[in-house]
Design a protein around this ligand. Sequence first.
Ligand SMILES: NC(=O)c1ccc[n+]([C@@H]2O[C@H](COP(=O)([O-])OP(=O)(O)OC[C@H]3O[C@@H](n4cnc5c(N)ncnc54)[C@H](O)[C@@H]3O)[C@@H](O)[C@H]2O)c1
Length: 363
Amino acid sequence: MTEILNVQLEDRTYPIYFNQDDSILKETIDGLHQNNKACYLITDSNLYSAYSDYIESLGISKEHVCVVPQGETSKTVEHYEKVLSFLATRSANRDAAIFAFGGGVIGDLAGFVAASYLRGVHFYQIPTSLLAMVDSSVGGKTGINLPEGKNLVGAFWQPQAVFINQKFLKTLPKKQFASGIAEVIKYGLLADKALFDKLSTLGTINFDNESLPAIIRRCCEIKAEIVSNDEKEIADKNGRALLNLGHTFGHAIENVAGYGDYLHGEAIAIGLHLACQLSELTYSSFKKTDTEQAIQLLSQNELPTVLHKPLAIEALNKAISRDKKNRARGIRFVLMQTLGNAQTEEGIDETDINALWKKIGAV
Ligand SMILES: NC(=O)c1ccc[n+]([C@@H]2O[C@H](COP(=O)([O-])OP(=O)(O)OC[C@H]3O[C@@H](n4cnc5c(N)ncnc54)[C@H](O)[C@@H]3O)[C@@H](O)[C@H]2O)c1
């Protein structure tokens, strides 16, 4: 049976379908075609090799499938332009619908294309990585990177629907699966101690773990609720920014190491470790044992908690100061009062940050 979770926005809601058997997805595409709306699908080279027959079975013709190279390096102005030209040369009009079939890279790129092509066309998310299922496909943040930093160009553009189907996880490489688990752990740390405890009891989580469907759904519930309350991340305190737990550090690591050295989730895992350390320094309620538990949970899922080679602290701090999450008032960190209870915090001392960078092997 298909489970549905609605994401409530200010002006509309959209559904996330869980583990549907493709019938709703096919009906959606058929419905669009019947109304003379052309459907385009954007995917990456890995997914196209594994799923070209599947894509065809959805009723989207080969000429309407745009394939970009796999990986973070496709989230660039160059590939963004290529996808726009792909649509323009096929005379896609304002009634066109774009389907993002892939991980977070494809969702972010295709979403930004949808947000900006002809000033905005409808788009649908079909996440295929764990990270995209629990995080990036929901909530409408779309965008690309600049050499100066991650996600520096983008738009809030919510999908019309999200179709989550765990069957795709069977072909997801193990390391990529672990990268998605980092975001799952983030949800436990920021909003749900019971989820954190549950994850801790599971050992290494695999794609066929029987608890995974409920875990994916729980992450989407947390994200949907946070997004509903602060869709465009404008709340002065807390709000959608809470979803950035570990990301201020993680994005700096990705940027300085060069995209591709760490998977997104791996950089976030180190960032979560640092967020725990900083929480310990900032609040007496966050204990050393809490940090140790978080490290244990990350490690049991084969995620790093320190750098594998030294990075320069100066460059990391520069990257942090360029991060788009910063406001005029200064850098905003997400910290935890206790496990499962996060809040935003400003005015953190740079010497504390430098000490933490050293702890994870930066110089
Ligand atoms: N928009 C948001 O709210 C948000 C949130 C979190 C992360 N992100 C972004 O998401 C990106 C990371 O996403 P990701 O980890 O999914 O990366 P990704 O899209 O690069 O996918 C990871 C790798 O797995 C492959 N892959 C994906 N699904 C597969 C499958 N079912 N079978 C075989 N291979 C498969 C891809 O080809 C790629 O090589 C980052 O750019 C990050 O900034 C966005």
